[in-house]
Design a protein around this ligand. Structure first.
Ligand SMILES: Cc1cc2nc3c(=O)[nH]c(=O)nc-3n(C[C@H](O)[C@H](O)[C@H](O)COP(=O)(O)OP(=O)(O)OC[C@H]3O[C@@H](n4cnc5c(N)ncnc54)[C@H](O)[C@@H]3O)c2cc1C
Length: 385
């Protein structure tokens, strides 16, 4: 029977980052199982690639404070491009309540050590982006080290580096079961055979609850469809723009290639494994786009280039990380609630620390464990796009 010190279930950006961090810590007998014929067919390949530290909870800010510098030095460290573009995130508030929220977040972010964030006056936003409709904008916040990465490239870079240092990626391999005895996990069953192991990490993204069910663990991770609309080339709005968020309705956009990538989370969306793109979404999003950026009335969109993917939502919009005490040897890295690309580096480090040493000093890992739901310790993140 094949053996591995650690089996990683799921070869998206999170599994790849854990493989990378284990390898850098000297743990090289790592097997990554991916059911698809190629990496990136889960949520990672569908992501908008936004990375930001502008969160409302200290633990999310801490995860970004590790991850964003990691992306900034990615190419040098791994010899592979993550295409980090620090163009910023600009939150535009249209009411005092939102401005008070941004102020409170700003104070937490600065207290946690974020240096590049600042509150901006409505006039500053008008000056920066005169093409935004700004009659209702009362102010905002901007962080210059927020920005975007290429999620697919980052994932491949992490896995390539890990593979160069001993880890193995097994594609077309579906994990079908997990064996255990009284002392914990003993093996992972796959469509290509059984792998004897004492440690397995659930990195199955939106499908994580199915993996957890294999050992009778109830994991509160739900798939939720998100749709993105890329535009045709458009040069009438600056391509140096940050991710711009209209807080009145959640519409946000960023430059992408010669056009823009438009996003809006439809509040009417319901949980489920829906990955088809709904053509009716185009009109909904273009209405919001033209409302905030009148010149976007001239945008052209090819519906065939638009796509949908799945967020992996938890009840408090924080990931679920770490060991499952009831199943010794099983670790979770799930439920990123829309932040799995930006938090993959921190997750890799936290999981590698917990797997190899049982502790981490990157965050207080107990805040993110599965037990928080049963124990009523949820930590709500409200800055979810
Ligand atoms: C439209 C959209 C926009 C987004 N925008 C952003 C953004 O701007 N910034 C950000 O940080 N995040 C964003 N996200 C979220 C982000 O993409 C995810 O949180 C992240 O990709 C999760 O990575 P993962 O590796 O956990 O999951 P995935 O990439 O889904 O990988 C999980 C893998 O597990 C495999 N798998 C599942 N079951 C099995 C099994 N039984 N056996 C073997 N393999 C299995 C799957 O095939 C898959 O490849 C966005 C997501 C979507 C859909």
């Amino acid at each position: 029977m094949q053996t591995a010190e650690v089996v990683i279930i799921g070869g998206g950006i999170v599994g790849s980052s854990i493989a990378y961090h284990l390898a850098t810590a000297g743990c090289r007998d790592v097997l990554v199982m991916e059911r698809e014929s190629a990496q990136g067919k889960g949520s990672t390949g569908k992501s908008m690639g936004g990375v930001r530290a502008q969160f409302s909870t200290p633990v999310n800010i801490q995860m970004s404070l590790y991850s964003i510098p990691f992306y900034a030095s990615f190419d040098e460290r791994l010899g592979y491009p993550a295409d980090y573009r620090p163009q910023g995130y600009l939150f535009c508030a249209t009411c005092e309540k939102h401005m008070a929220y941004l102020r409170a977040n700003y104070q937490k972010q600065v207290a946690m050590g974020l240096r590049d964030v600042r509150l901006v006056a409505a006039d500053d936003i008008r000056c920066m982006f005169p093409l935004l409709r700004s009659d209702d904008i009362v102010g905002g916040s901007f962080c210059s080290t927020d920005g975007f990465v290429d999620p697919y490239s980052a994932m491949i870079g992490l896995m390539t580096w890990a593979a160069g240092h001993g880890a193995k990626l097994s594609k077309n391999t579906v994990v079908t079961g997990i064996q255990r005895d009284a002392s914990g996990i003993t093996a992972v069953e796959t469509s290509k055979g059984t792998i004897a192991t004492r440690k397995a990490v659930n990195c199955a993204g939106a499908w994580a609850a199915e993996i957890a069910r294999m050992v009778d663990v109830d994991l509160p991770v739900e798939p939720l469809r998100r749709m993105l609309v890329p535009t045709e080339p458009f040069d009438q709005f600056p391509h140096t723009a940050p991710m711009i968020i209209d807080m009145s309705n959640g519409f946000h956009f960023r430059p992408e290639a010669l056009g823009f990538l438009l996003a809006w989370n439809d509040p009417e969306e319901t949980p489920g494994y829906k990955t088809d793109f709904d053509p009716a979404f185009i009109e909904k999003i273009l209405t919001r786009a033209a409302d905030r950026v009148p010149i976007f009335e001239n945008l052209a969109v090819n519906p065939k280039r638009a796509w949908a993917g799945l967020y992996e939502m938890t009840p408090d919009h924080h990931p679920i990380l770490g060991p499952v005490p009831e199943v010794p040897g099983l670790f979770l890295a799930n439920g990123f609630s829309g932040h799995g690309v930006m938090h993959a580096p921190a997750t890799g480090k936290i999981l590698s620390d917990l797997i190899l040493t049982g502790k981490t000093d990157l965050v207080d890992a107990s805040l993110l464990n599965l037990a928080r739901f049963a124990e009523g310790r949820m930590i709500e993140e409200t800055a979810v796009l």
